[in-house]
Design a binder for this molecule. Structure first.
Ligand SMILES: Cc1ncc(COP(=O)(O)O)c(C=O)c1O
Length: 464
């Protein structure tokens, strides 16, 4: 396909994405006789040992946001107590909606919400975003008869917004960025139409860690009387603490009058185990459009506040416990350590000739170069064991700093390796990786053909 050999790309990916694929160790058919706990625990501990090394050493961007004992053992104890709970049955486990209500109101108070704020706990950032977009679609269909809804979003917004558009038949209208890699407000105004139901801004976005001008975007939304969603999935449990940690930060939450919804992930910088995010609305009129409820099913009364039916109680309990365990002080202290690490890394990048960071980030630092191919630096970093995220337009890579990078020597090692990687690129001793051609291809080929290519890779990943 346009110079890219599918087979050779898969061969390259095989060692990274299917390292355990061998006919002797694959279970493609259920064994007749169960294999026993010892076998299973031994097998799993082998995988766990291998796969935890990189993140434990702080060599992975984002992914594991805390990961230290004794928090992990605490979560294990919680699991033992609540492993059977299901939020679908509030009559059997009324404690679960109590925890959920408290997560929602604690989150709302972090976001300067008043008593009118409503929301729910979803399974992750993507679900929160899907729910918010579906909510705006339905709210404005009922309120204004909009049947061909559009959302306006910056090119840096998370792909889950595009996924929401695909799932719920909403048209995405994508706007470019200003010189600081933030949503271009003039372009937003230009591309709005009578069908626009919401504007999206990120605090921060995933690719460059930059912060969209929420106050300005919200003013446009308020003026047109449409929704304004702030995606704080990545920042929701950092943003409220940035000022207390000694750094400047703009207003972005319910204190800004045009903001109507916010997503914020407890399973990222909230330090809860994976499986929860919070979606908040300024009032119940919006939230009503998120809820599914039927009182006329033969199986009885049925309702779900989110996408799922059965919903494991454990992630909700763990998110609730994480918030109460950390408290505002705990989050502020962690935020300060992470922000200081970001400051150190940005200052160090300024001293490496040819290298630059993108925009004005705080803790997700995107790295690029005007002098050499940044994908080669990314490759040289991966040879040194770093698992960083590739970016395109502009080409580069980022590190999302977490608690793991505040541990002893990690940020210093990152900078030493970065400077060594740049030296080796300048000497011409780095060969392009398997991923660089894919990113290169994505930047030149039409979006439709790269998406089709990627779907084939995903099918390969999920087949024997
Ligand atoms: C800004 C932003 N929004 C949304 C998401 C989606 O979150 P999740 O992966 O939990 O679905 C992410 C994930 O990294 C993100 O960075």
């Amino acid at each position: 396909m346009n110079g890219i050999d599918f087979g050779s790309v898969l061969n390259e990916l095989q060692k990274d994405l299917k390292p355990y694929d061998s006919p002797e160790s694959n279970f493609v058919r259920m064994p007749d006789k169960g294999l026993g706990e010892d076998f299973l625990l031994n097998t799993l501990s082998g995988f766990a040992k291998k796969e935890s090394q990189s993140w434990k050493e702080g060599k992975v961007s984002g992914a594991v946001y805390y990961g230290d004992e004794p928090l992990l053992s605490f979560y294990e104890k919680l699991y033992h107590l609540v492993s059977q709970t299901n939020a679908l049955h509030p009559d059997v486990w009324p404690s679960i909606p109590k925890f959920e209500r408290e997560i929602v109101s604690m989150s709302s108070s972090l976001m300067h919400g008043d008593d009118g704020v409503r929301g729910a706990v979803s399974s992750g950032g993507t679900e929160s975003i899907l729910l918010a977009m579906k909510t705006y679609r339905d709210f404005f269909r009922k309120k204004r008869g909009i049947t061909e809804p559009e959302i306006v979003l910056p090119s840096t917004a998370h792909p889950s917004f595009l996924k929401a558009c695909e799932y719920f038949s909403i048209k995405p209208v994508i706007v470019g960025l200003d010189e600081n890699y933030r949503a271009d407000v003039a372009m937003v105004k230009e591309l709005m139409s009578g069908n626009t139901v919401a504007i999206v801004g990120s605090m921060p976005n995933f690719p460059f860690g930059t912060f969209d001008p929420i106050e300005e975007l919200a003013e446009v939304a308020e003026d047109k009387k449409i929704g304004m969603h702030v995606d704080a999935c990545l920042g929701g449990f950092m943003d409220p603490f940035v000022r207390d940690a000694g750094y400047d930060f703009p207003d972005f939450d319910f204190s800004v009058s045009g903001v109507t919804s916010i997503s914020m992930d407890t399973h990222k910088y909230g330090y809860a185990p994976k499986g929860t995010s919070v979606v908040l609305y300024r009032n119940g009129d919006y939230f009503q459009n998120q809820i599914y409820a039927t009182a006329s099913w033969q199986g009885g009364i049925y309702f779900t506040p989110t996408l799922l039916g059965s919903r494991p109680g454990y992630p909700i309990v763990a998110a609730w416990a994480a918030m109460l365990l950390m408290g505002r002080n705990g989050y502020t202290q962690e935020a300060k350590k992470i922000l200081d690490a970001g400051d150190y890394i940005k200052k160090s990048i300024e001293k490496i000739p040819g290298l630059k960071y993108i925009g004005n980030p705080l803790w997700v630092i995107a790295i690029s170069s005007g002098e050499f191919d940044p994908y080669l630096v990314w490759e040289a970093m991966s040879k040194r064991g770093w698992m960083l995220n590739g970016l395109s337009n502009p080409a580069g890579f980022h590190i999302a700093l977490t608690h793991r990078h505040t541990l002893e020597d990690v940020k210093e090692k990152f900078v030493i390796d970065l400077s060594g990687a740049v030296d080796s690129v300048k000497k011409g001793s780095v060969k392009a990786s398997s991923m660089a051609p894919i990113y290169g291809m994505a930047s030149v080929l039409p979006k439709e053909s790269t998406d089709v290519f990627l779907k084939s890779v995903v099918e390969w990943l999920y087949s024997h």
